[in-house]
Design a protein around this ligand. Structure first.
Ligand code: ZN
Length: 138
């Protein structure tokens, strides 16, 4: 069993107001938002920017008790998670679980941009909420 991380797929940033934050990234950094998408499963609206091979994913909550709303309440706006692109998400999850990592998602679920995703608990990843993504479930 091996893990093949190909690149940092995106960095997730929790924001209070998606439109205002998109405007900030566009105006300040000259980046262009190429997509806004609601992900009902995670109770978020997301906005994406390409930065080289990786992306910035802004996340705003669509529900007062969703995971991003709770994060904002506790920690305020800021870096929320790091997402690695992997080959074979199902196999990677089994591998990291065997390595002792606590999984938030025991199996892949649908994320933004048609990707399959799963989160690892920051308790067992040195404090970084980590998302694994792949093009399709394996
Ligand atoms: Zn993400």
């Amino acid at each position: 069993l091996t893990v093949s991380i190909t690149h940092i797929e995106h960095i997730g940033i929790a924001v209070q107001d998606l439109e205002r934050s998109v405007a900030f990234y566009e105006k300040t950094y000259g980046l262009r938002c190429y997509g806004i998408e609601e992900v009902p499963d995670q109770q978020v609206r997301t906005a994406f920017f390409r930065v080289g091979e990786t992306k910035i994913e802004l996340l705003a909550s669509t529900s007062p008790d969703g995971p991003i709303a709770r994060f904002l309440e506790r920690r305020g706006e800021g870096m929320h998670h790091l997402a690695f692109a992997v080959d074979g998400l199902g196999e990677t999850l089994r591998h990291v679980q065997d390595a002792g990592v606590e999984l938030i998602d025991a199996r892949p679920r649908p994320g933004a941009e048609g990707l399959q995703i799963a989160f690892l608990h920051p308790r067992s990843t040195h404090g970084v909420l980590t998302e694994l993504c792949s093009e399709k479930e394996s």
